[in-house]
Design a protein around this ligand. Structure first.
Ligand code: EPU
Length: 351
């Protein structure tokens, strides 16, 4: 038993052979050799040092809502991030700076910011998961994303054993991407984030589906709470609750392609939906592609392409990662054959 040193020194509970299916909202995945809850930077430092001495690989999980675990599990130590704390660190006439521990629930942070009548993250209401996971895939919804409000974050640098502060720019954010899932994958363990939120009211124009909701309900006075309530209602309608139905939210990223491809695609598929990204790049909603391919609502290897939103895969009866991988690959192949577009999985894998 290699983890005894960690248990004895820190009086922390190291669990062994923990099924990862219980810690990921897709409810798949084999056992983790070891798992430990970490509640402070000091605990993290000690756990990391001991794991390193014992040559154990580590992987950090938050809420498990954007993670897929393989059937073989993880032959190392899973660190379950639980660092708490939501604090105002600066309050100015026009804005407030808030620091939040990586283990806090993302939606608790959003809810508190709405109670404080602060603007910046209210449209990202009800996204499952933790604060520490938010920058990793640069979470976003209804016109806001993490990179709009993040000032900086603190992270444990596993290569030096020290805590570093990374500015927004240093995080290398782009659509659903950052250095934490890209070039520096595995290097940093995020311990807290600092966001700048504004003392302004949300104003139109809103993201299409949010505006459509307001129009349908005849809402024309907008507060942080009306935006939060609307987003929660829209999400409730279009996204399955991971507490009830096993899923990881959007299973694919939207497709970002060169704009020169558009005329040909439009000629073939006149109803194709397109959003401009940058000068030469366009975003095609993968939900539209999957629906247009006739896959919405299908059941593949126990995985259902959600009837209300084709971007979401629901684990209806799959028991293995292998089932999910087969379903995923069949969808990717079909989209490629039809549109010559390669779509990418959005959730990270525990590896
Ligand atoms: N669409 C379809 N068919 C579908 C689903 C979508 O045609 O089955 C079309 C819609 O009509 C719409 C377009 O695709 O024109 C975009 O759809 P939507 O506004 O629902 O957003 P999305 O691009 O599918 C993204 C995020 C969501 C986020 C929503 C709302 C990604 C991968 N997903 O989805 O995030 O809630 O925007 O802002 O970017 C998540 O990451 O887990 C997530 C749920």
């Amino acid at each position: 038993m290699t983890c005894t040193a960690i248990i004895n020194r820190n009086n922390m509970n190291i669990h062994t052979q923990i099924p990862l299916r219980n810690f990921t909202t897709m409810r798949l995945g084999g056992p983790a050799r070891f798992m430990v809850d970490v509640h402070s930077v000091e605990e993290l430092r000690d756990v990391h040092k001991n794991a390193r001495q014992q040559n154990l690989r580590i992987f950090v999980i938050g809420g498990g809502s954007n993670l897929i675990a393989p059937d073989e599990g993880f032959d190392g130590l899973i660190i379950h991030m639980r660092i708490p704390g939501i604090h105002i660190i600066d309050d100015q006439p026009g804005h407030t700076i808030i620091k939040a521990g990586a283990g806090e629930s993302w939606d608790d942070l959003v809810s508190k910011s709405v109670d404080m009548r602060l603007s910046g993250i209210e449209a990202m209401s009800a996204i499952p998961g933790t604060v520490g996971a938010a920058p990793v895939q640069n979470i976003g919804a209804y016109g806001q994303d993490m990179s709009d409000t993040l000032v900086s974050l603190e992270a444990f640098d596993t290569t030096t054993g020290s805590i570093v502060t990374l500015s927004n720019e240093a995080c290398g954010f782009s659509y659903r991407h950052s250095i934490f899932r890209g070039d520096e994958k595995g290097r940093y363990i995020i311990t807290s984030i600092t966001v700048k939120l504004y003392k302004t009211l949300p104003t139109a124009p809103f993201y299409d589906s949010l505006q459509a909701y307001f129009d349908a309900k005849n809402i024309s006075v907008f507060t942080h709470q009306t935006v939060r309530d609307a987003v929660i209602a829209i999400r409730h309608d279009k996204l399955p609750d991971p507490q009830i139905i096993a899923n990881s939210g959007s299973f694919f990223k939207n497709a970002i392609i060169d704009d020169w491809r558009l005329p040909e695609l439009k000629a073939k598929y006149p109803t194709i939906k397109v959003f401009t990204m940058t000068e030469n790049r366009i975003k095609i909603p993968t939900g539209w592609l999957i629906e247009a391919a006739g896959l919405k609502g299908s059941l593949l290897h126990g995985i259902r392409i959600y009837e209300k939103n084709a971007l979401v895969l629901v684990n209806e009866s799959a028991t293995t990662y292998d089932d999910l991988a087969k379903a995923r690959d069949e969808i990717i192949t079909k989209i490629h054959d039809m549109f010559q577009i390669v779509i990418e999985q959005e959730p990270l894998e525990v590896r």
